[in-house]
Design a protein around this ligand. Structure first.
Ligand code: ASP
Length: 320
């Protein structure tokens, strides 16, 4: 027989029970400006993820400081599944690049999974005087202080790709930081800046439409979406290779059943035929299915932090 107290507790239980996750929209934080490559990936997967979760996944851009402002915001957000985060390999380079970092990539997050690997392209404004890499090298040599190179801030992959380019070239260009390569691309199209290294998730349509000049791709093999564009490696910049991996995170302490639901939604999104086709069109590779989980991302992040730390320290680049 039930006691009155037990009965009361039993009756009260539904009022205190947590609503099943998710019962409201989820924010997917993007650390760069709208319209750029990371934003493109986020918006591509937000729709199928929302469908499978039964709630809208809203993309929110929290920009600045090469992605570290967004990462800090997410690290401090309530760990309830309503804030999730997509970032690229900047998550692994930030600890070495930033002397004071308000988050720890290995302690302040739960891991949802790897997302996609995206190549980069080296571009110029359409009316830039050089027409190929050789001419670009000669132009920079003759005009060392004149050429401007856009990036999305310290730790952005456009910054790292630009550094690699300048090292191979043996030249220092005037670098101009933006809040993402979305706005940097707008200035490239408008002719306010000369050069930009950026992911194919943004650049393939611009290249195909002839709206920008392209000097090469950053992979060792040519890309299926841009078969006529040579690699930087084949043009003499030996070993020039940058491919940008992306991962999805949640604030540390997010309940496991919630993480499981979000992970399943991400896995489903990466198998969505429209997402798959768009990634093919942009010469980007979805992460292998067995890496779209917490272990797949965490293991990769640890390896990348170990890889980039010494390289960055040796190069002596950092922010205070
Ligand atoms: N492509 C940018 C970067 O350089 C990020 C972005 O705007 O999505 O990291």
């Amino acid at each position: 027989m039930c006691s009155t107290a037990a009965l009361a507790a039993g009756l009260a239980a539904p009022a205190f029970a947590q609503a099943p996750f998710p019962d409201r929209p989820i924010s997917l934080i993007v650390p760069f400006a709208a319209g750029g490559p990371t934003d493109v990936v986020a918006r591509m997967i937000a729709i199928p993820m929302g469908k499978s979760l039964g709630q809208t996944v809203l993309v929110e851009n929290a920009v600045g400081a090469g992605g570290t402002i967004a990462a800090t915001k997410v690290a401090r957000a309530a760990p309830n599944g309503y804030t999730i985060f997509i970032h690229h390999m900047g998550m692994a380079t930030a600890p070495a690049l930033y002397k004071k970092l308000a988050f720890d990539p290995l302690k302040d997050f739960d891991y949802i999974g790897q997302v996609v690997d995206v190549p980069m392209t080296l571009l110029a404004r359409k009316d830039f005087p050089a027409n190929n890499l050789k001419e670009l090298q000669a132009y920079i040599k003759a005009n060392p202080t004149k050429v401007t190179l856009a990036n999305a801030g310290l730790g952005a992959v456009s910054h790292l790709c630009g550094l690699l380019f300048m090292t191979q070239l043996g030249a220092e260009l005037n670098t101009i930081p933006y809040k993402g390569t979305g706005p940097a691309m707008n200035d490239l199209l408008g002719g306010q800046v000369d050069l930009l290294c950026d992911q194919t998730t943004q650049t393939v349509p611009m290249i195909k439409d002839g709206r920008v000049k392209v000097f090469g791709v950053t992979t060792l093999k040519r890309l299926s979406a841009l078969p006529n564009v040579p690699t930087l490696d084949e043009q003499g910049m030996k070993g020039f290779e940058v491919k940008v991996w992306h991962g999805m995170y949640a604030p540390k302490g997010t309940p496991q059943p919630v993480l499981d639901k979000v992970t399943a939604a991400l896995q489903g999104a990466m198998q969505d035929p429209m997402v798959k086709q768009r990634l093919v069109d942009l010469s980007s590779d979805p992460a292998p299915m067995d890496k779209i989980n917490a272990t797949g991302l965490k293991t990769h992040l640890e390896a990348e932090i170990a890889k980039w730390g010494p390289v960055i320290k040796k190069a002596g680049i950092y922010a205070d």
